[in-house]
Design a protein around this ligand. Structure first.
Ligand SMILES: [Zn+2]
Length: 535
C-alpha cells in the first residue's frame, strides 16, 4: 500500500535550556539535567534523531497554564526567576513536598509545559504523525495549586486541556492519557476527575498507600466523579519487582479493551521510565523492550496520534535505551520481538480482576472476561486468561534471575565507573593541591623576606626614637632649670624693690628729722644773741 511506504513524521523536542533547572547547591539529585541529555545523546548516536523532525522548546503561555493551574501557582513559578537569592527560593521549596528550585527552574518549567503543548498541537494538526517531548521538570505530580514530587507544572494536563478547550477546530474530542511512570499521576487524576473527555489511566506502585505520593488517591476504587465517573483508571501494584509480563497483562486485559471502547482522538503518554529495571527509585523490572511493546500496543489507536512526554526515570542508561526503543516504535521500525517468557504474578492477576470488577460498570468489555476468570488465588501454572504469559515456571525463574544478574552487573559497572572517576578526581585535586602548596610556599618565602626588611626598619626607627626621647629629656631638664632660675630672679628682684622702697622711706624720714634738727640748731644759735641785746 502507498500509505505504508510513506515516511512517518515523528517530532522530537529537546531544548538544552531545560537543563538549567538544577539543585541550588549543586548537590546530587535523581531528577538531574543529565537525564534529558542522556536521552538526546543516545537518539543522536543511534541516528534516530536524524530521522525525526527536531523541534526547539517553546515557553507555555500563562492563559494555557491556567487551564489546569490556579493563577497563584502560575505566578509563583513565574516569579522564581526574579528572586535574586537562592535563600528565598529555598524557603519556598522547603514548604513544598520533594521540590528543589534554582534560578533556572522557572524557565525550564515554562519550557517543559509549552513544549508538550507544541508537540501535541502539531500532532493534532497533522503536521506530525506523533512525537516525543523530552522535557524536565516532569509534570504528573503537580496539582492545580501546588508543585510537588519534582514537578512544577503538569505538562501533559496542560497540553490535553489546551487541545480540548482552546483548539476545538482541530477536532480532538477525546484524549487518552496513559501514565506508565512508576508513581501515581495524582495531579493529572485530579485535573480531569470530572471530565469525561479525558480518560486518565495510571499504572503505578501503591504498596498499600505507602509508596510516593502516598495515600489512597492511587487506589483502583478511585474512578472519577460526576460526568467523569469511570474515566479514571488506576492499576495499583501492591509491591515492587513487577516486570514486562505484569505490564503486558494489564495492557491486554484492561487498557487495550477500554481504549477500544473509548476510541480516543489522541493519546498522551506520561512516559516515566522509573519502573525500569535498575531504577534507583522504582524497584520494578520493566525492560526497554517492554516499554516499546507497551507503546506498540497503543499505536493501533487514534490513528497513531501519540505524544510521549518524559516524566520520571532515574537510571540514565536504561532511560535512554527505553527512549530509543520507543522512538523506533514511533518511526514504525520493525517491532521489537519480546523475549519475555516470564509469567504474570499471582498478585497481578488479583489486581487485574479487582480493577475489571470495579470498572466493568463503565466499560462493558471488561465485564466479558470476568466470567472467564478462575477462582483466585490461581496456581501459577493453571490455565488463566493471561495464559499467553504463563510459560514454564523454571524458564521464568531463569529469565528473572538473568535480568537481575544483568541489573546487578550494570550496577557494579556503574559503581566501578564511579570509583574510577572518583580516583581521577582525587588525583586531579591532589595535583592542584601540590601546585597550590608550592605557590603558597613561594609566597611565604617572599613574605618572610619582606618581614625581615620590615623588622630592620623597625629596629632602626626604635633606635631613632630612643635617641630622640633622650634628647627630649635632656632639653626638658635644661628648660626646667632655666625656668626655675628666672623664677628665683624675679622673687629676689621683688624683694630688692621692696627693700629699696623701705630704704627710701627711711631716708626720707631721716632727712625730715635732719631738717627739724637743723631748724632747732638755727634757733638755738640765735638765742644767745637775743639774750645779749636784752642785757
Ligand atoms: Zn515517577
Amino acid at each position: 500500500m502507498a500509505g505504508e511506504s510513506r515516511k512517518r513524521k515523528v517530532g522530537l523536542l529537546y531544548d538544552e535550556r531545560m537543563c538549567k533547572h538544577d539543585t541550588p547547591d549543586g548537590e546530587d539529585h535523581p531528577e538531574c539535567p543529565n537525564r534529558i541529555k542522556a536521552i538526546w545523546e543516545m537518539l543522536q548516536r543511534t541516528g534516530l534523531a536524524q530521522r525525526c523532525v527536531v523541534l526547539s522548546g517553546i515557553k507555555a503561555e500563562d492563559k494555557h497554564l491556567q487551564l489546569v493551574h490556579t493563577k497563584d501557582h502560575v505566578n509563583l513559578v513565574k516569579r522564581l526567576s526574579t528572586k535574586k537569592k537562592d535563600s528565598r527560593r529555598n524557603k519556598i521549596a522547603s514548604k513544598l513536598d520533594s521540590i528543589y528550585l534554582n534560578g533556572g527552574s522557572s524557565e525550564a518549567a515554562y519550557l517543559a509545559a509549552g513544549s508538550v503543548v507544541e508537540v501535541a498541537e502539531k500532532v493534532a494538526e497533522g503536521e506530525l504523525d506523533c512525537g516525543f517531548a523530552i522535557v524536565r521538570p516532569p509534570g504528573h505530580h503537580a496539582e492545580a495549586d501546588e508543585a510537588m514530587g519534582f514537578c512544577l507544572f503538569n505538562n501533559v494536563a496542560v497540553a490535553a486541556s489546551y487541545l480540548l478547550n482552546q483548539r476545538p477546530d482541530l477536532g480532538i474530542k477525546r484524549i487518552l492519557i496513559v501514565d506508565w511512570d512508576v508513581h501515581h499521576g495524582n495531579g493529572t487524576q485530579k485535573m480531569f476527575w470530572k471530565d469525561p473527555r479525558v480518560l486518565v489511566f495510571s499504572v503505578h506502585r501503591h504498596d498499600g498507600g505507602s509508596f510516593y505520593p502516598r495515600g489512597d488517591d492511587g487506589d483502583y476504587d478511585k474512578v472519577g466523579e460526576g460526568a467523569g465517573e469511570g474515566f479514571n483508571i488506576n492499576v495499583p501494584w501492591e509491591q515492587g519487582r513487577c516486570g514486562d509480563a505484569d505490564y503486558f497483562a494489564v495492557w491486554d486485559h484492561i487498557l487495550i479493551p477500554v481504549t477500544k471502547e473509548f476510541n480516543p482522538d489522541l493519546i498522551l503518554v506520561s512516559a516515566g521510565f522509573d519502573a525500569a529495571i535498575g531504577d534507583p527509585l522504582g524497584g520494578c523490572l520493566v525492560t526497554p523492550g517492554g516499554y516499546s511493546v507497551m507503546l506498540q500496543k497503543l499505536m493501533e489507536f487514534a490513528q497513531g496520534k501519540i505524544v510521549m512526554a518524559l516524566e520520571g526515570g532515574y537510571r540514565l542508561d536504561i532511560v535512554a535505551e527505553s527512549s530509543v526503543m520507543c522512538v523506533q516504535v514511533l518511526l514504525e521500525d520493525d517491532p521489537f520481538q519480546s523475549p519475555v517468557e516470564e509469567y504474570t504474578r499471582d498478585s497481578t492477576c488479583t489486581v487485574i480482576q479487582a480493577v475489571r470488577k470495579k470498572l466493568c460498570a463503565y466499560w462493558p468489555s471488561l465485564a466479558d472476561e470476568i466470567q472467564l476468570k478462575a477462582e483466585a488465588p490461581l496456581p501459577v501454572k493453571a490455565p488463566f486468561p493471561f495464559a499467553i504469559f504463563i510459560y514454564s515456571k523454571q524458564q521464568a525463574e531463569r529469565l528473572r534471575a538473568s535480568l537481575e544478574e544483568k541489573a546487578a552487573l550494570q550496577t557494579k559497572v556503574a559503581e566501578l565507573q564511579g570509583e574510577a572517576s572518583e580516583k581521577l578526581r582525587l588525583q586531579v585535586s591532589l595535583e592542584k593541591y601540590a601546585a597550590e602548596a608550592k605557590e603558597a610556599a613561594e609566597h611565604l618565602t617572599q613574605v618572610s623576606s619582606e618581614l625581615r626588611e620590615v623588622k630592620i626598619d623597625l629596629d632602626f626607627h626604635r633606635e631613632l626614637f630612643k635617641k630622640a626621647s633622650e634628647e627630649k629629656k635632656l632639653l626638658e631638664g635644661e628648660l626646667q632649670k632655666e625656668a626655675s632660675d628666672k623664677l628665683r630672679l624675679r622673687i629676689s628682684r621683688d624683694r630688692y624693690a621692696a627693700e629699696v622702697k623701705e630704704a627710701a622711706e627711711q631716708l626720707e624720714k631721716v632727712r625730715s628729722e635732719l631738717r627739724e634738727v637743723q631748724i632747732d640748731l638755727n634757733l638755738h644759735r640765735k638765742l644767745p644773741k637775743k639774750a645779749k641785746k636784752v642785757k
